[in-house]
Design a binder for this molecule. Structure first.
Ligand code: FMN
Length: 160
């Protein structure tokens, strides 16, 4: 397999941008992710791939649940604010206002146009990212007019 072509081919898979969060024993984790998809209608499942050595995955696994904040077009700065770990200061998460998710307590960013919470059903620990399958247990729509932020819009790459 030609590695350069592999990289180009895999980078043609389109993605959105999200801030995933989790809360376990009072400790918040958060990170910007792209590798996310719905995986079943009934029950409503999603799957995401989380960096196996990240604090985010550690806390998602420990909590057995997480929240996904769906970012809107133009929210590149918000996405960039969650490439590093999570810090709660003055009631804000990495500088952004949030509220606890009703089902899991995981932070929901008030600026994100939509969100959902999910409970982990399965994990596949295989590569450098772990595939997490989870059932959606609550949803919220703050801005029905918003269009999702796509990886292509940001000029960033994650894949290959
Ligand atoms: C464009 C981009 C996309 C990313 N997508 C993912 C992803 O899908 N899954 C993931 O676990 N990390 C992803 N990351 C990495 C996380 O944003 C970041 O490394 C992580 O939140 C920090 O982990 P920590 O919890 O150890 O601080 C991505 C990073 C970038 C720059």
């Amino acid at each position: 397999m030609d590695e350069k072509v592999r990289k180009r081919v895999l980078r043609m898979i389109p993605y959105g941008l999200y801030v995933a969060t989790a809360l376990h024993e009072g400790q918040v984790a958060a990170g910007t992710i792209t590798w996310l998809s719905q995986a079943s209608f009934k029950p409503p499942l999603v799957m995401t791939a989380l960096k196996a050595d990240s604090y985010l995955y550690h806390q998602v696994k420990a909590a057995g649940a997480f929240a996904v904040n769906i970012l809107g077009t133009g929210q590149k700065d918000l996405a960039a604010a969650f490439f590093r770990g999570a810090q709660v200061q003055d009631g804000k998460l990495n500088g952004y206002a949030f509220e606890p998710g009703p089902e899991t307590g995981a932070p929901l960013l008030l600026d994100a146009p939509a969100w959902f919470e999910a409970r982990v059903t399965d994990v596949v620990e295989r590569g450098d990212h772990t595939v997490v399958v989870a059932e959606v247990v609550s949803v919220g729509l703050r801005n029905p007019e918003a269009q999702p932020l796509l990886l292509q819009e940001t000029g960033w790459q994650y894949g290959g």
